[in-house]
Every structure is written in structure tokens, then in C-alpha cells.
Design a protein. Structure first.
Length: 114
């Protein structure tokens, strides 16, 4: 799923979401700091959430978040530095397919923090 802001940024950049999803799935965490990279490595072993951070061509900063049970991913705009994130983006809902391949469907959605 992708938040409306993340989808709009990707649409404006002309880039494919799948390039970033592939990096995330390959363990390329992008621009996360050393602490988040270590947390991702622990999360792989302990079935916890995963976080990647990327800057797309138009300068927009994006997060890719995979749920602990690996059932879904959410693509969202990166929060401004003044907002803390507890590595818990909460549940989300979706409507409308954004991009699709033979194995992945990206839907327009809203990631809600509870």
C-alpha cells in the first residue's frame, strides 16, 4: 500500500515503485541510520517490522515499511525530523491499485498511526 502523498511523489518523479520495493526486499535499507540498519537485521531474525528509507529522483524522502508478519508493506512519506517514530506505523487500509506485477500489487492507501 502507498499513502496518497507517497503515490503522488512517485507519480511526479516518473520512477517505478518496484525499483524501491526490490531494494527493500533485497535488504538494501537505503538511507536508514546505523541504529535502524541494526534493528532491521534483528527484525529479520525475530519477525519484527522492517524499515527502509529512500530519496526518490524529485527529492522526496520515502519510507518502506514491512509488517512483522510479512503480510504487507506500506510506502509513505518520511516524517519530518521533529516527529519521533516508534517503528510502529500501525494498521492501514487501502483502495485502488496503483501498480501491479505478476507477484505484487501496490494499492493506494492510508497508513494510520494509532
Amino acid at each position: 500500500m502507498a499513502t496518497p502523498g507517497a503515490f503522488a511523489a512517485w507519480e511526479a518523479s516518473g520512477e517505478s515503485l518496484f525499483d524501491y520495493l526490490a531494494r527493500h526486499l533485497d535488504g538494501d535499507w537505503g538511507e536508514v541510520d546505523a541504529e535502524d540498519a541494526r534493528e532491521n537485521e534483528l527484525s529479520l531474525k525475530n519477525d519484527l517490522r522492517l524499515l527502509s528509507a529512500y530519496t526518490i529522483k524529485n527529492g522526496t524522502k520515502i519510507w518502506v515499511i514491512t509488517e512483522a508478519d510479512r503480510s504487507s508493506m506500506c510506502l509513505r512519506l518520511r516524517a519530518p525530523p521533529k516527529f519521533a517514530w516508534s517503528r510502529d506505523p500501525g494498521p492501514f487500509s487501502a483502495s485502488g491499485v496503483l501498480e501491479q506485477s505478476s507477484s505484487v500489487t501496490v494499492r493506494r492507501g492510508v497508513c494510520l498511526t494509532i
